[in-house]
Design a protein around this ligand. Structure first.
Ligand SMILES: O=c1ccn([C@@H]2O[C@H](COP(=O)(O)OP(=O)(O)O[C@H]3O[C@H](CO)[C@@H](O)[C@H](O)[C@H]3O)[C@@H](O)[C@H]2O)c(=O)[nH]1
Ligand SMILES: [Mn+2]
Length: 417
């Protein structure tokens, strides 16, 4: 019997592939010891697949399954979700004994390998109907037998929401009441909707978020940070708490770290910092656009990204920076760099991906950006900084305090001055 375990995600389009990249990178950032698998349909472009291969241990091509259940999908107002039946193919990954499925629109905030201690079918409640589980994060055991049974069940009963979540909830129909151990804590599948409907709970418990799920029609890759809109009270009211996660999503999307630490070739030399590794590049989210404008431009940016897998910025190596790489032998974390003022030798280059090449602002020299970073670092005492870093590494980032969106933005902006 297979012993290996894996995190599994899915993309049937290039846009959802962007999400998978973030799922994979965020799992690697937090040093999962499990394999990473992405299922893709043949409609995913070659460029997108190549980008996925950099992050995932396995890219598995699967056929698209479609519920074609217009009636129910219309009820859900999401005509595109029939294709989520494709998710059911995850049960065919029998080279693994146990897996954790993560939707492509999730972002992992800390190491969540403990999820493998749960049994099939474990999942968190859906915020819309808590007696249903949300199928964006679930623990399962691959089995061709179960796969067949679920497909037969789907053929016979359909899906009450037209997507996989409806099928899975009627198939694992005793989830709500049978075994509380199969209820994942909500922090493993924290959705924006829950923030809006129960803000005090988010303020109380949001610090413990482990996986954020961008459930709904608008995904991070459709959006960009808009500081102007964020200051308008209506916008602020509804979304300022969740907005920071969109920013983190973009930071993760553009981060380059961890691409070369796939489990297979993971060894000490790879994991530790090495002076000839390309310098971490960080591209801040797009700015100065209304959400509707950015919908269009981020699609264009995505297009660019998929055609040219590397970001449209020049690659720097540590050799081109004047700061010594020997001062800090520890692998640094790009988010820590940003949050703590970027005082490490791997000063990230921050530049907004603007529509026109000429609009791009870049630090004049690496020294300039390093100096700005140095000043920012001085504002924080070393002790605070160490504690902050330790908390971050333990996955206890204070997204609503020190690591709040505004602080991240402020520190990102320092690099642009
Ligand atoms: O065109 C698509 C649409 C979806 N997906 C994949 O299917 C997942 C689910 O779709 P998503 O857009 O994330 O759905 P949600 O907005 O999260 O909506 C809910 O409803 C869906 C349908 O039941 C469930 O699959 C979700 O887990 C549940 O959270 C995505 O994350 C992708 O992995 C694709 O690859 N291509
Ligand atoms: Mn989802």
């Amino acid at each position: 019997m297979a012993e290996a375990q894996a995190f599994v995600t899915l993309a049937t389009t290039d846009a959802y592939s962007m999400g998978c990249i973030v799922v994979g990178k965020s799992l690697r950032r937090h040093e999962t010891s499990r394999k990473l698998v992405v299922m893709v349909s043949p409609s995913v472009s070659r460029a997108a697949r190549l980008a996925l291969e950099d992050v995932f241990d396995e890219v598995v091509v699967v056929d698209v399954l479609d519920s074609r259940d217009k009636a129910h999908l219309t009820l859900l107002r999401r005509p595109e979700l029939g294709v989520t039946f494709t998710k059911l193919h995850c049960w065919t990954l029998t080279q693994y004994s146990k897996c954790v499925f993560l939707d492509a629109d999730t972002l992992v905030l800390c190491n969540v390998d403990e999820l493998f201690e749960y049994e099939e079918l474990s999942a968190a409640p859906d915020p819309g109907w808590p007696d249903c589980f949300n199928s964006g994060v679930f623990v399962f055991r691959p089995s061709l037998n179960t796969h067949n049974q679920i497909l037969e069940h789907a053929a016979q009963y359909g899906s009450f929401d037209g997507g996989d979540q409806g099928v899975l909830n009627t198939f694992f129909s005793d989830w709500a009441v049978k075994d509380i151990r199969k209820h994942l804590p909500f922090v493993y599948n924290l959705t924006a909707g829950a923030v809006y409907t129960y803000l005090p709970a988010f303020q109380q418990y949001g610090h413990h978020a482990k996986i954020v799920h961008f459930l709904g029609g608008t995904k991070p890759w459709h959006l960009s940070y808009d500081p102007q809109a964020a200051n308008e009270s209506s916008f602020r009211h509804s979304s300022d708490n969740f907005e920071q996660f969109i920013n983190l999503w973009w930071v993760e999307y553009y981060s380059k770290r961890h691409l070369d630490v796939k489990q297979d070739d993971k060894n000490e030399d790879h994991v530790r910092l090495h002076s000839h590794q390309p310098v971490q590049q960080l591209v801040s989210p797009q700015t100065h656009q209304s959400p509707s404008q950015s919908l269009k431009s981020s699609a264009e940016a995505h297009h660019r990204e998929m055609i040219t897998p590397s970001p449209p910025l020049q690659d720097l190596t540590l050799d081109s920076l004047t700061i010594s790489s020997s001062e800090k032998p520890e692998e640094s974390n790009i988010l820590i760099d940003v949050l703590s003022g970027g005082e490490t030798e791997e000063t990230p280059v921050v530049s907004p991906p603007s529509e026109k090449e000429s609009e791009r602002t870049e630090p004049e020299t690496a020294e300039d950006s390093a100096m700005a970073a140095g000043e920012a670092a001085a504002a924080e005492t070393e002790e605070d900084d160490l504690e902050h870093r330790r908390m971050w590494e333990e996955g206890r980032a204070d997204y609503m305090g020190k690591d709040a969106f505004d602080n991240i933005m402020r520190k990102l902006d320092l690099f642009l001055d």
